[in-house]
Write a protein that binds this ligand. Sequence first.
Ligand SMILES: Nc1ncnc2c1ncn2[C@@H]1O[C@H](COP(=O)(O)OP(=O)(O)OP(=O)(O)O)[C@@H](O)[C@H]1O
Length: 291
Amino acid sequence: MKSIIVKDITKSFGSKRALDHVSLEIRGTFGLLGPNGAGKTTLMKLLATLDIPDSGIIRIDEDDLSWNEPSEVRERLGYLPQHFSIYRSLKVEEVMNHFAILKGIRGKKVRSEAINSILQSVNLSEQKTKKVKNLSGGMLRRLGIAQALLGNPQIIIVDEPTAGLDIEERVRFCRLLRKIGENRIIIISTHIVEDLESTCDHIAIMKEGKILQTGTRNKLAEMTKGLVFEMDVPFDSPIPIKEEDIISIKQLNNRYLVRFFSEASINNARTVDTCLEDTYLYITKRNLTHV
Ligand SMILES: Nc1ncnc2c1ncn2[C@@H]1O[C@H](COP(=O)(O)OP(=O)(O)OP(=O)(O)O)[C@@H](O)[C@H]1O
């Protein structure tokens, strides 16, 4: 499967337009990045066939499969929703068996083999007989992705995958997503730029229902080349940069290190290598579709 084509999708809830003429080509490991309310979950739900758009189409490019045939799409789809919850007193293996039956995986032995292999791939084999209520946040997310992998779907959709995880669990979960995305399309939505730096090659930045920018991670990172500076400021001096241009302020031993945007070079400031977060902040703060 090469890519999923999203063409001119619009979706409103009453007078609120959650998606406004969204068009995308989704391929490989694909990240949807945007602030709260951007429309990410709405788009993920449409992609997961849990809702239908007011207008526009979604289809797979090569074999002409359209989202107008949801049951066929679902056979190729695994979905980890933003709020994944299951019966807390079930054991991990029982949860997996339940989802495997729902996915139509027939035969006890076949199911058991599939479940064992997936639990191993997400590093949950040791927790197989543990109850859901005794899992850590990271383990619960890994169980969520494990159920999404049942049936070996070609498309995996993961909404806000690292919400509520501590740093260590987040890094481990992102590494797992990267591995899962090696031979299928994986779509990850998040407002945390770091999650995508390690997982996604292709990224779309959205805000207020619109796609502001798409491109490879590297291409997006380079967009702000020449526009990002760093400056040392002593503790007792005011920071001479406008609030809206500041990217970050780090407190070092004896000074602040201020990272900021500027269209022209500034005394005592040096240009620095840019990253995806710079571009994300630059275009979302300014609502830009071009840098
Ligand atoms: N069922 C609904 N009824 C009314 N408004 C909705 C509904 N679902 C989403 N919205 C609105 O649509 C907009 C987009 O919401 P959505 O949840 O898709 O954004 P998001 O990017 O996923 O944000 P978050 O990161 O906060 O989940 C928001 O303004 C939201 O309030």
